[in-house]
Design a binder for this molecule. Structure first.
Ligand code: ADP
Ligand code: MG
Length: 267
């Protein structure tokens, strides 16, 4: 088990960074003066890696994720995707949020198909893919139903299908399962890991649930309270595929204690 405060490049990322951040700063203007939301954040994330961002509410997790996704601009520093300077939304990125944001007047299938229309992808192919994804998450029978007829967990499954339908290389997820009960969340975590492993995507997952971060990730980035800095990076050396038994394993408990320690030390 290794904690490497401020050493943000794992041995395996060296030279193969897909997303590179160097000294990112973000300042928001506000009525009471400028708010420093991110303070000198640097990291490398390699292709195929699963990274979680944890930290207290208001520490800048969403800000950082939105900057990575090109939805927000950083105030200073450097951000690169596959070696190129990067500051716009791009086709390679898919985003998912805490609320599923489904359109109530569209069926489940048509909600999943939304990015296909927005991005102008080939419809026939995408429809087969959308149906396959719905089958994968156990919702094939609900393709023709409307969001109002679904539970919270089912809606988030639809949002997961919508995230995956355009086959983005990078999944950016902002507390996607934060509003779900524990049982549903654990099922969604398993589902997500299965898809991530099968499709070899790169994932950046924001959560304030430390066990969830440990269960999912190759590395956990631990942020300080605002202004958000990286207080430490914890490599999670647990076997994959991650099985249900890992939730109650002593290793998971040790990692969560270690992360809590870093969070505590950052206060
Ligand atoms: P988190 O996702 O970790 O809860 P956020 O990234 O949403 O935190 O916010 C980080 C800090 O930046 C907070 O103090 C928040 O109030 C501030 N902030 C976020 N977005 C804006 C904005 N658009 N304008 C001004 N301040 C903002
Ligand atoms: Mg947030």
């Amino acid at each position: 088990m290794t904690a490497t405060p401020l050493a943000t490049e794992s041995p395996t990322t060296a030279g193969r960074s897909l997303i590179t951040a160097r000294s990112l700063y973000k300042v928001f203007p506000s009525s009471s003066g400028p708010v420093l939301a991110l303070d000198d954040v640097s990291f490398d994330i390699r292709a195929g890696e699963f990274v979680s961002l944890v930290g207290p509410s208001g520490c800048g997790k969403s800000t950082l994720l939105n900057i990575i996704g090109g939805l927000l601009h950083h105030s200073r520093g450097e951000l690169r995707y596959a070696g190129e300077e990067h500051s716009q939304p791009r086709r390679e990125f898919g985003m998912m949020f805490q609320t599923p944001l489904l359109l109530p007047w569209r069926t489940v299938l048509k909600n999943v198909m939304l990015p296909v229309e927005v991005l102008g992808l080939r419809k026939a192919e995408a429809k087969t893919r959308a149906e396959d994804l719905l089958t994968m998450v156990g919702l094939s029978e609900f393709a023709g139903r409307y969001p109002a007829e679904l539970s919270g967990g089912m809606k988030q499954r639809v949002a997961l299908c919508r995230l995956l339908v355009s086959d983005p290389e990078v999944l950016l997820m902002d507390e996607p399962f934060g509003a779900l009960d524990e049982f549903t969340r654990e099922a969604m975590n398993a589902e997500l890991l299965r898809v991530w492993a099968e499709t070899k995507k790169t994932a950046i997952f924001v959560t304030h649930n430390i066990s969830e971060a440990v269960f999912l990730s190759d590395r956990v980035f631990v942020m300080t309270p605002r202004p958000g800095r990286l207080a430490g990076v914890v490599e999670i050396d647990l076997p994959r595929p991650r099985t249900e038994a890992i939730w109650s394993s002593p290793e998971l408990l040790e990692y969560t204690a270690q992360i809590r320690g870093i969070l505590g030390g950052a206060h």
